[in-house]
Ligand binder design. Sequence first.
Ligand SMILES: NC(=O)c1ccc[n+]([C@@H]2O[C@H](COP(=O)([O-])OP(=O)(O)OC[C@H]3O[C@@H](n4cnc5c(N)ncnc54)[C@H](O)[C@@H]3O)[C@@H](O)[C@H]2O)c1
Length: 396
Amino acid sequence: MRVAIIGQGYVGLTISIGAAGAGHSVVGFDLNSRLVAELNNGTSHIEGISNSLLTSFISSGLFSASTQPSVLEGSDVIVIAVPTPLDNDRNPDLSYVHAAAELIKENVRSPALIINESTSYPGTLRNEIAARITNVEHFFASSPERVDPGNTQWGTKNTPRLIAGLTADSLLKAHTFYGSFCDNIIEVSSPEVAEAAKIFENTFRQVNIALVNEFAQIAHALGISGREVLDAAATKPYGFMSFSPGPGVGGHCIPVDPNYLAHVANEVGVPATFIKRANEVNLAMPAYVVKRVVAGAGGSIKGKKVVVVGVSYKSNVADTRETPAAAVIDLLRQQGASVTWHDDLVGTWRGVASSPISGADIAVVVTKHDGLDVAATQACGYVFDCTGSIANVDGI
Ligand SMILES: NC(=O)c1ccc[n+]([C@@H]2O[C@H](COP(=O)([O-])OP(=O)(O)OC[C@H]3O[C@@H](n4cnc5c(N)ncnc54)[C@H](O)[C@@H]3O)[C@@H](O)[C@H]2O)c1
């Protein structure tokens, strides 16, 4: 099949390589000309895709990247994988999805299967995409992406894939496409079900993370180890699922997607109270971390050198979107500390390069990558670990 993927970020590039691996002829379309040039040079910007794999598909002619909208014409399949962020009021911002729909409308004259993989609320495929591309009789399907960057166990091939079509023909075509590179395809009855499943999955994580974040604070106040309690609870073989406390939630999904559900819930008159409360608890975690650091360091961190270790939102990835490290750093500075950060994977962030760990009075570990120099971290006078993975130090 000729496949065009609109958006070559985490999701778009991952799916491009999955489809190229099945022998489809894939063009990755992106507005970012620097990214497109890098991809065509064989340089991948995401952890799960190596330069050598990318280069092999470029060499075999199965993958190329482009900024030219004309490449979309003649595609059998067009996948939309563009950002779905929040606007300034933390409401859904569908402007990228609308732009992608407009792009298809303007440039594609022959019928194609148009699939939305971007995460959004139920009704997006039908009302925000298909309703905008009425000039050609296309087929429309929804397959919300579940990629977990950095996860080496679950990838495009073995993660069960939800699909739904606007019509039976669309569903059949989507099944044929995904069946060529995914092991387990699950058909659901409507695009709205598929879209809602994806945002519920992430809401489930957001709410449970908030629950353990609140519990960690209760346990600390009770003078017991919250993590030991959670480990003990996790020995129950049924009816319990483990989540870990931390400094908050980050990334493109968990802090964002539940607000899409809250938005539609509000429109149909049902208050999404769990989402609201989970947001409050998770967003307050950086303040809790800094309060604990101040207390643990003797009551004041004024004038102290503090290094924040690990600024990406989770271990072993370089993604700093929505990272709680930003709020932790800002709040430490408000307490009068002199704050630097260290993260070998991130390298440069907010216009500043990663600093060494050594020489700091206090280390606050927000994210722990596998390659972290734990000994250098432990050598700081006081260590506060938000990850629960460094022995014999204070933390959540
Ligand atoms: N990152 C994840 O782990 C993850 C997991 C599952 C689902 N998702 C969802 O997938 C979607 C994409 O997320 P992502 O992480 O890949 O985003 P990203 O920011 O990494 O990449 C998006 C890409 O789309 C490009 N783009 C924006 N508008 C465009 C347009 N009109 N035409 C062409 N390209 C355009 C951008 O330049 C960028 O390269 C979002 O809805 C997200 O919620 C993300």
